[in-house]
Design a protein around this ligand. Structure first.
Ligand SMILES: [Zn+2]
Ligand SMILES: [Zn+2]
Length: 397
């Protein structure tokens, strides 16, 4: 197997390139290798896909950071929902993926030449051989609030979503019946239009998808009476979403094809699920680790004992050694948050504090005063030699 080229090399940019430079470089490569410019050229198609893959990674800060750190061996990002991958083929992108995902980069240079955009999404040209355009439904965004327990273990959520679905009466075509079509008068049924354009290089002929029929060669003469010709209807749908363990606030999961249906049939948009974390009163999340502040009594600090701490799965008993100092951190291995798409699991860090009582009764005061005169209590020296700064330093090292 040929080794994969470096993404920066593919786009011809330096490692320090800005987002804008990366976008410009991709645009240049995409225009150069676009299938419309290189019909039937397999090598150009491969370069086109290679550039799209490089841009997909380098234009996404999260993926870029992983790539910068791990290179091609890095764990794949974006593999949520839709059967374990944002892209349908394992070895990279299909042409459909590229036009779906990076359609905006072409800024109207390709495709239907404008005039056919609908309210629910854009139009995307499909390259390679057969020329046609496909409507794409718009993406839908939903927020999902998760508890710490759901984040640690992963969960499945059923979301009720109001969205556009294909009309059941016309099957999404928007036509009244199968006889409600006639041959498109603009292209005479060929689906393509040839235009002659005057440029500085002389007159050139360009072939475009027919603006009237969108490449189908047919136009509708009578609209479906249920959807009014749109091909879509508003409906509620319950979508089940598998949320992997380890997600975090603001993370976005993509469920392919679960967004709005397209007008007149086509590719449905995606459902974008945005994660929100429900704050836990006791456990504070710090990346993969969880922090818990545990107050112990003065006698427990001196003599040792046991205490209970909350974990994501109920309470855990921990042992407090005799001579435990404030600021000591006990680490409960593996009781934190797992890495999303990774193998590491965080820990639960129990940070000890010693509770010093406020108001004392006369008797308590007398006992403490008496204790204070005893040799072990009369000097301000702790068990062990480290002071609090050394302890913190050795922990955070
Ligand atoms: Zn036409
Ligand atoms: Zn209909």
């Amino acid at each position: 197997m040929a080794s994969k080229r470096d993404y920066y090399e593919v786009l011809g940019v330096s490692k320090g390139a800005s987002a804008d430079e990366i976008k410009k470089a991709y645009r240049k490569a995409a225009l150069k290798y676009h299938p419309d410019k290189n019909p039937g050229d397999k090598a150009a198609e491969e370069s086109f896909k290679e550039a799209a893959e490089a841009y997909d990674v380098l234009s996404n800060p999260e993926k870029k950071a992983r790539y910068d750190q791990f290179g091609h061996a890095g764990p794949q990002m974006g593999g949520f929902g839709g059967g374990g991958g944002a892209y349908s083929s394992q070895g990279g992108f299909t042409m459909e993926d590229i036009f779906r995902n990076f359609g905006d980069i072409f800024g109207g240079h390709f495709g239907g030449g404008g005039g056919f955009e609908d309210d629910f999404g854009g139009m995307y040209g499909f390259g390679g051989g057969q020329r046609r355009t496909v409507n794409r439904g718009s993406d839908l965004r939903v927020k999902v609030k998760l508890t710490l327990k759901e984040i640690v273990h992963g969960t499945t959520k059923k979301l009720k979503i109001t969205k556009l679905v294909p009309c059941d009466k016309c099957g999404g075509t928007g036509a009244k019946d199968k006889d409600s079509y006639k041959t498109c008068p603009t292209c005479n049924g060929s689906g393509v239009e040839t235009r002659t354009v005057n440029t500085i290089f002389g007159r050139t002929q360009t072939t475009q998808v027919c603006h009237q029929c969108g490449g189908s060669g047919k136009i509708i003469t009578a609209n479906c009476d249920k959807c009014g010709g749109e091909g879509t209807l508003k409906a509620q749908e319950v979508v089940e979403i598998r949320i992997p363990a380890g997600v975090g606030e603001g993370m976005q999961l993509t469920v392919s094809g679960k967004g709005n249906a397209a007008r007149h049939g086509g590719v449905s948009g995606d459902l974008l699920v945005i994660i929100e974390e429900e704050r836990s009163a006791e456990l504070h999340r710090d990346g993969l680790d969880l922090l818990y502040n545990l107050n112990i009594s003065v006698p427990t600090a001196i003599l040792g004992g046991s205490a209970e701490v909350p974990t994501v799965d109920g309470r855990a008993k921990i042992t407090i050694e005799a001579g435990t100092l404030a600021g000591k951190v006990l680490r409960l291995k593996g009781k934190g948050v797992p890495e999303v798409n990774g193998y590491r699991v965080g820990d639960l860090l129990v940070v000890i504090d010693i509770a010093v009582p406020g108001k004392l009764t006369a008797e308590e005061r007398k006992l403490v005063e008496e204790l204070g005169r005893k040799p072990a209590f009369s000097k301000a020296t702790s068990a062990g030699s480290q002071n609090i700064f050394d302890r913190m330093r050795s922990f955070f090292r």
